[in-house]
Design a protein around this ligand. Structure first.
Ligand code: AMP
Ligand code: MG
Length: 401
């Protein structure tokens, strides 16, 4: 059996970063991966400006009780006049600092009578001024290649005047579900059938990472149908995910279908629960990852093993999200051979630490554990873990984005 961390590191090697770059409007860049590092066009802020509503003065003009006539009122977007000696200029947060001024006194510390400023608190030189370039220097790296663009990155790019961004083409992923017992949601359920939950689930997981689920195909348990669906997926996608039909049961047709497509299936027995049977193949240069059929296993294996590969293929800089450590609130199941990844819910305990409660049914068919949970706690094999013990915690918030 393969150790979980080894399997995770090896699976990332199964694919390469996408090369194709597109130029998209900024407002369509959310969720995409930046393809080139972008430099700052401008100093930010572009000029010294006021951090407060108040008055610009020369510090040297200040004396207790002295009046400084207000020379100008300078609103946002207006260019101030040079400040005359012995005067002040009324300004507002973000106003450009007038030439000759070196200090801003905030309005709460002042009285203005008949256009003359009186300062009630002794100022200090340079106060309340945001300096040109203190946030960003022109020509410095604004964002490195490989970041996923969200609202924060869009704000930064917009503040620099970018209206288009180079991003990697969306990674195309195809999903194949298998099984005679499965029927699509929306159709009436016949005896001995279950609804296909893995198809919609995997499509949503793929889209959550910012990749495209270009096909979600279902094949009943015949070699012909499985081969046909696989051929479409391999032709149209960068990465193929199949789910179910890959153990050694009589109706496990994914292996022969992949061989028919020219691939060789490498069966991995990973020392993890859920999800021991995971398989990898390449056909026509495209990686195919075969996931276990139980929805909970497929979900966990996707998050822990497939998502890092997807991130790498998307061109991201970070493939493995952070693993936190958190304290269990309850007894964990004991497993003497495999690391167990159990569904947990996180809450804030004392001292701001994260406490994990454990779902009461950890079977790999228990789909209700998924929406209940915030992530997976890892219970290393061969050790007993109970209330108060610190364990690695893989939160969906990091691992599914
Ligand atoms: P298999 O590996 O094909 O034997 O599947 C293992 C278990 O997962 C079986 O109980 C299947 O019914 C179930 N399963 C497989 N694929 C799906 C699916 N797409 N949706 C829901 N359950 C599935
Ligand atoms: Mg099956």
């Amino acid at each position: 059996m393969l150790d979980f961390d080894v399997a995770q590191a090896q699976l990332v090697q199964a694919g390469n970063p996408i090369q194709h770059i597109e130029d998209v409007p900024l407002h369509q860049a959310r969720g995409r991966i930046l393809a080139r590092s972008l430099d700052a066009h401008l100093d930010m802020p572009p000029a010294d400006n006021s951090a407060m509503d108040g008055y610009a003065i020369r510090f040297a003009d200040y004396e207790p009780g002295r009046g400084l006539p207000v020379q100008q009122r300078c609103f946002a977007g207006e260019q101030p006049q040079p400040l005359h000696a012995g005067h002040s200029i009324r300004l507002f947060t973000g106003s450009v600092i007038p030439e000759g001024a070196d200090t801003v006194v905030m309005q709460e510390d002042c009285t203005e009578t008949d256009n003359v400023l009186f300062i009630n608190e002794k100022p200090s030189i340079g106060q309340n001024i945001r300096r040109r370039g203190e946030d960003i220097h022109k020509d410095s790296v604004l964002l490195p290649a490989g970041v996923r663009i969200g609202a924060a990155q869009i704000a930064l790019l917009a503040s620099q005047g970018y209206n288009r961004v180079p991003v990697f083409a969306r990674l195309k992923i195809g999903v194949l579900t298998t099984g005679d017992e499965l029927i699509e949601p929306g159709k009436p359920l016949q005896a001995a059938q279950i609804y296909n939950s893995n198809g919609p689930m995997l499509a949503a997981l793929v889209e959550g990472l910012g990749a495209d689920a270009v096909h979600v195909l279902h094949a009943p348990d015949t070699l012909e149908a499985t081969e046909k669906a696989l051929a479409t997926l391999i032709a149209d996608c960068d990465l193929v995910l199949s789910v179910g039909g890959v153990s050694v049961g009589e109706k496990d047709l994914v292996k022969p279908a992949i061989e028919q497509a020219g691939g060789k299936l490498d069966m991995w027995r990973v020392r993890m629960k859920p999800g021991k049977p995971v398989a990898l193949a390449h056909a026509q240069g495209k990686p195919i990852v075969c996931l276990p059929g139980n929805p909970v296993s497929a979900f966990a294996v996707f998050a822990l093993l497939v998502a890092p590969l997807v991130r790498k293929m998307q061109g991201r800089e970070q493939w493995l999200p952070p693993v936190e450590h958190a304290r269990l609130d309850a007894q964990a199941p004991f497993n003497d051979t495999r690391d167990e990844f159990i569904r947990v819910r996180a809450a804030h305990g004392q001292n701001g630490e994260t406490r994990l409660s454990v779902f009461d049914r950890q079977g790999s068919g228990v789909v209700s554990s998924l929406p209940w949970s915030d992530g997976l706690a890892r219970i290393p094999a061969g050790q007993k873990f109970g209330p108060g013990d610190l364990v690695p915690y893989y939160s969906w918030a990091h691992w599914l984005v």
